[in-house]
Design a protein around this ligand. Sequence first.
Ligand code: URP
Ligand code: ZN
Ligand code: ZN
Length: 463
Amino acid sequence: MKSLLIKNGEIITSIDRYVADILIQDGVIKAIGKNLEKPSSSTEVIDATGLFVLPGAVDGHVHMELPFMGEVSTDDFETGTAAGVAGGTTSIIDFVIPSRNQDPMEALTAWKEKAKKSVADYAFHMSLTWYGDKVEKAMHHCVKEEGITSFKTFMAYRGAIGVEDHELIKIMNVSKKLGSLITAHCEHGDMVVDLQNRLFGEGKTAPKYHALSRPAPLEGEATGRAVMLARMTETPLYVVHVSAAQAVDAISEARARGQAVFGETCPQYLLLDDSVYERPDFEGAAYVMSPPIRPNGHQDRLWGALKSGIIQTVATDHCPFRQQGQKELGKNDFRKIPNGAAGIQNRLTLLYTYGVLENKIDIHQFVDLNCTRPAKLFGMYPRKGAVAVGADGDLILWDKNKTGTISAKTHFHKCDRNIFEGFKTQGGPLKVIVNGRVQFDDGNLKVERGAGRYIRRNLGEHL
Ligand code: URP
Ligand code: ZN
Ligand code: ZN
């Protein structure tokens, strides 16, 4: 593999900022310093003067080709990871999701097969959709043999992939013994079903009733419950896609007590409000996801939680469904609209434009939230999420002056809608280097199907 020398970039990590050269050989960072020499005549040299050099971003929450609500999310592991690379994301963690009563190991085999075509490195969380001997055995196998050190539980999606509290408690007890991390989708599943049916029974079928059937207090209640179960079982907890102020409060209280509770939010919850559901011609369906986009007020609480460290990561929950042929299945019944939207390409430019440039977070927090902290929590650090000797050669050469407008017409997501359509951006990746190879260059993808490698994760840092 050709070596790569990046000259004079301004390296920005979660704690440092300095100008230096970086030498990558065999896909790994071999040296960082001033005036590094080309080790051979074949070394490719990139002049990064004036650019930021950031660690490749880790998206800890994506769903590629996920069978869900009778449909399959439209980005597969190849197109989804490619869109990620275009946005500076060089590693993903996808969720293996067995159906209820399916052996998790059988589902893992299927996910491994699907993921082989990834263009960037990938790992898995294992979702546990029920509890029994097979599940307990699978949890041990995942941690000890597969390098899968986090488990996902859904408190929503009753009757499908959701678990009951007594199952969640058993899962937490096993996880505690293993030292793994429990992640949870927190919404009061039974109450959501009741509200959905009540609204539908009243003839309320439009996309906006999706949001009204999943109000913020139900997320707050479930987050508080998950926190309590984690506290009693003495297990670390990571709350995915936090959207509501009530959930922020539950996480904040737990952390103030010294409990190992972590939170993740996503750009859609920071930047959109529930007026999106009023869009005419069924366009509100593009924003149907769970939890839903919240009313005004919640967004400021989420920004504050990022700034103050109550929430530690930003992921995307990338799970695209096309309006045509997929979302429209719920034209007459909001309960049938497949839940999810695309976002893997847009996370960094959005967080930079609307976070860093608006002084809601600083540049080091930007790196920590998107790159370093997810790598640490999920046991991939310092191989991922770091600009350091020995780390994988995953880097973003970030152009502060690059401007753009997000659109479904130009994005790399395999989806006919972009929920950030028309958002102006400033700053973005000029070049993205994955395992020592430039795979995105000034707007052009140069990815290779199957180049991504499976990442066996260690136990994460949960303090
Ligand atoms: O609506 C969403 N979020 N779809 C993906 C599944 C999940 O709950 O994360
Ligand atoms: Zn979820
Ligand atoms: Zn998700």
